[in-house]
Design a protein around this ligand. Structure first.
Ligand code: CA
Length: 227
């Protein structure tokens, strides 16, 4: 597993490199955005850890350039605790996830594992439950052969339910993983419920068999048959 770390603070870069190498990862470090961009476009990595505050080209600019080039390597951004806007910008620019500095190393490892699992070539490009089907490449959703138009957020929400099919999905999970909520100071429960309702209007209401169920006090489950 090859990891590119784009981080200009030598101490942080060294700590990450040593920690990851002790977990048997192969690690390359770039100390500037330019160098990182060059390496990311000329070599193949399984994941890129990207600091946002870099001299010269910022992490956001690098990320946008990579995505424009069609380089879809998972990107985990490293961000400062108070830089909430940066996190949002980073996710909008195509980052897959973020960790807040200073982070606990096990958290970094867990996020790397999650992203590289997700990025494996054998990962399902098509998700299916009963007669509901999602193509994650073309981003098309059909049920019983009938095309369903979803907003970007509804698509993400449905994708998350399908990836976690037959398991209970709590509002906390949705806030963290779909809304990327940085903290829960402003509860998202109402926002989540509104989106779930809209999604249900599209994928369930017009059809006889209901797939998305509410489990009182716990959250939701997407499955065939009864809860
Ligand atoms: Ca920095």
């Amino acid at each position: 597993m090859n990891i590119l770390v784009i981080e200009d603070e030598p101490k942080v870069a060294r700590a990450i490199k040593e920690g990851l190498e002790s977990e048997q990862y192969r690690v390359s470090v770039a100390a500037t955005g330019e160098e990182g961009y060059y390496m990311a476009t000329t070599q193949t990595f399984d994941i890129i850890l990207l600091d946002l505050m870099l001299p010269g080209r910022s992490g956001i600019e690098i990320l946008e350039s990579l995505r424009r080039q069609g380089i879809l390597t998972p990107v985990l951004i490293l961000t400062a605790r108070d830089a909430v806007e940066d996190r949002v910008l980073g996710l909008d620019a195509g980052a897959d996830d973020y960790v807040v500095k200073p982070f606990a190393f096990p958290e970094l490892l867990a996020r790397i594992r999650a992203l590289t699992r997700r990025g494996r070539p054998d990962q399902a490009l098509r998700l299916r439950l009963a007669d509901l089907e999602m193509d994650r490449v073309t981003r098309k959703v059909e049920r019983g052969g009938q095309k369903i138009d979803l907003t970007a957020k509804e698509f993400e929400l449905l994708e998350y339910f399908l990836l976690n099919a037959r398991q209970v999905v709590s509002r906390e999970m949705l806030a963290r993983d779909v809304w990327k909520a940085v903290d829960r100071a402003t509860p998202l429960d109402n926002v989540i419920d509104v989106h779930v309702t809209r999604l249900r209007q599209k994928v369930d209401v017009p059809f006889k068999v209901k797939l998305l169920k509410t489990i009182r006090g716990m959250g939701f489950v997407m499955k065939e048959g009864n809860v």
